[in-house]
Ligand binder design. Structure first.
Ligand code: ZN
Length: 80
């Protein structure tokens, strides 16, 4: 799931100006993951998701809008 969030951060970076330093990325990820249903965050076997699974989840869940909200929240109060 963190892969999805990381991809979303990169996607948003293309059209939305914000700081993506390691600290901000961490904060954005943490807030985003908090807002996602636990089943998306914890992989039951601890193994990584396949690409098809990731795409299915992405479709299922509006990852971009969740991450964008997190970006805005972090930019209001950056901790870097
Ligand atoms: Zn930053």
């Amino acid at each position: 799931m963190e892969v999805l969030v990381s991809q979303a951060i990169d996607d948003i970076k293309k059209y939305y100006e914000f700081c993506a330093c390691p600290q901000c990325r961490l904060d954005i990820s943490a807030i985003s993951l908090n807002q996602m249903p636990p089943r998306y965050v914890v992989s039951n076997k601890g193994d990584s998701y396949g690409r098809a699974e990731l795409l299915a989840m992405q479709k299922d869940l509006d990852v971009l809008s969740i991450v964008l909200d997190s970006v805005k929240a972090v930019q209001k109060q950056p901790r870097h």
